[in-house]
Design a protein around this ligand. Structure first.
Ligand SMILES: Cc1cc2nc3c(=O)[nH]c(=O)nc-3n(C[C@H](O)[C@H](O)[C@H](O)COP(=O)(O)OP(=O)(O)OC[C@H]3O[C@@H](n4cnc5c(N)ncnc54)[C@H](O)[C@@H]3O)c2cc1C
Length: 458
């Protein structure tokens, strides 16, 4: 490959205490939390709205925020505030009202207790509202490009705006890009699996569905459900087999993941599976998007032809970005291990309690799904050190790329934990600035006390 040297003087467009890169579930919560904690905060997001996978990717519902028995809401704080604001405008159904094994919970009986169906359009508005109220300077249509280092410190963050390249001068940076883009440029060590990386999926939504008919069909097939890893799937696989026999199903999938939305006739479909996509590589992403759309087309046709209640269904929309489950996992001063989750460890420096099931797709090929649910009532803790990267003194990382073994990340990559990581990182960044310490030296018990004051359940 040919190289070119490129030098320019760039304007410093913003100076701030905290810069948050990425406005997805982790990022907008990080920005709101940092600003509410008194930090002058800037958020940059490449799309024209916040929410990341929840809006651009059409991923829904919010996975469970409860303990594994479904008794106690464990993930609260900013997540609960978002849910309450959504419910107030009819943009979500409160998780306490969403029963296990109902149409909202996909087709799993264990592990999907009390999920939160929500409307992506309402979420966009709620995010704008919360960022504005907190006083965050929001820069949509702005993408992170590079980190200019001064030793182990990020001196300037280079971003692309419509006007061209600019620099942002921030005392502390929080990487919520999902892909650890900032951490990578700041030379933080990380793991990115080439093999066994979780596959990508393109979500889509269908409308004009007779939901009662779908439910009757599922009820009629109750004895047909899959049972795997003690989990019961009600996945319409009886129709997939029929379609395969007729030559109408060519995909390497045996079942369907579908979730009813807030509106009675609308469903989100999580079934396409694109193996081998590297979410940090534009050419790989491009190919993934194209294959994803072909799969969506085939799956939608299947619904109309085979699934009772979908005869008059309409394809409303596919995600405006491919759903990426996994890319880089940073190396932090602590690393969450699968063993910690499966033994329900709650370290003293936990910034979150959660009970999300280990959900690893495609580990052993396109049809595999590893799913481990915690026994009833159990939960685990995630230590603060998983958000603190090695090798960079003014960076925190929140969201799906925190320091975790890939299988452990398979549990805590879902949206409610990501929002909680963002909240913890935002408060920690503001504390580090206030107390003139590096993130690694933040007093974790003080951070926990601050999180509890902000409605976290610890
Ligand atoms: C197919 C699929 C199904 C899933 N199902 C569920 C589910 O049912 N329930 C659930 O709760 N979770 C689910 N998840 C997981 C969840 O959606 C994600 O793991 C979660 O959204 C991660 O949050 P995040 O904030 O870390 O990253 P993201 O949601 O990816 O947000 C990252 C944000 O950063 C922005 N960004 C990235 N790079 C840059 C850059 N260089 N410059 C500027 N901005 C940038 C992006 O535009 C985006 O807005 C699913 C994920 C996938 C892919």
């Amino acid at each position: 490959m040919q190289n070119v040297s490129y030098q320019r003087n760039l304007p410093v467009s913003h100076t701030c205490d905290v810069l948050v890169v990425g406005g997805g579930p982790a990022g907008f919560c990080a920005a709101v939390a940092a600003a509410r904690a008194g930090a002058d905060t800037v958020l940059v997001e490449q799309h024209g709205y916040g929410g990341g996978m929840a809006t651009a990717g059409l991923v829904a519902p919010f996975m469970t925020c409860y303990d594994s028995a479904g008794d106690t809401m464990l993930i609260r704080g900013l997540f609960e505030e978002v849910v309450d604001r959504l419910c107030k405008v009819g943009g979500a159904i409160h998780p306490s009202k969403v029963e296990t094994a109902s149409a909202f919970t996909s087709y799993l009986i264990a592990g999907h207790v009390h999920v939160t169906p929500f409307k992506a359009e309402s979420l966009k508005l709620v995010i704008d509202e919360m960022l504005r109220e907190a006083g965050v300077k929001v820069l949509y249509h702005t993408a992170f490009v590079d980190a200019e280092m001064d030793g182990d410190r990020i001196a300037k963050v280079i971003v692309y705006k419509k006007e061209g390249l600019c620099a942002i001068d921030a005392k502390m940076v929080i990487d919520c890009s999902g892909d650890a883009d900032v951490a990578e440029k700041a030379k933080v060590p990380y793991l990115k699996r080439q093999e066994k990386m979780q596959p990508a999926s393109l979500f889509f939504r269908i409308g004009n569905v007779d939901s009662q008919k779908i439910e009757e069909d599922i009820a009629a097939n109750k004895d047909n459900f899959y049972r795997k890893n003690n989990t019961n799937y009600r996945s319409l696989h009886w129709w997939v087999s029929k379609a395969r026999e007729a030559g109408d199903w060519t995909l390497n999938r045996v079942s369907i993941g579908l979730f009813r939305g807030v509106e009675e006739d609308e469903w989100s479909i999580n079934t396409s599976r694109i193996m081998g996509v590297d979410g940090t590589d534009s050419e790989s992403l491009t190919e993934g998007e194209i294959v994803g759309r072909q799969q969506v087309d085939e799956i939608f046709r299947f619904f109309v032809k085979y699934v009772p209640g979908c005869e008059n269904a309409r394809l409303l929309q596919s995600g405006s970005t491919l759903g990426i489950r996994e890319t880089r996992h940073i190396e932090g001063i602590k690393t969450l291990k699968l063993d910690d989750l499966l033994n329900y460890r709650v370290p003293e420096d936990s910034i979150l309690l959660a009970a999300n099931s280990v959900d690893v797709h495609g580990k052993y090929g396109p049809t595999s799904n590893e799913y481990i649910t915690l026994p009833a009532g159990k939960y685990y803790g995630i230590p603060y050190g998983c958000l603190v990267p090695k090798g960079c003194s003014n960076l925190l990382v929140a969201g799906r790329s925190i320091s975790a073994e890939p299988d452990a990340a398979g549990a805590i990559r879902v949206m409610p934990p990501c929002m909680a990581f963002g909240q913890a990182a935002g408060i920690a960044a503001a504390m580090a600035i206030r107390e003139s310490v590096e993130p690694k030296d933040v007093d974790v018990q003080k951070l926990r006390a601050e999180l509890i004051r902000n409605n976290a359940c610890l």
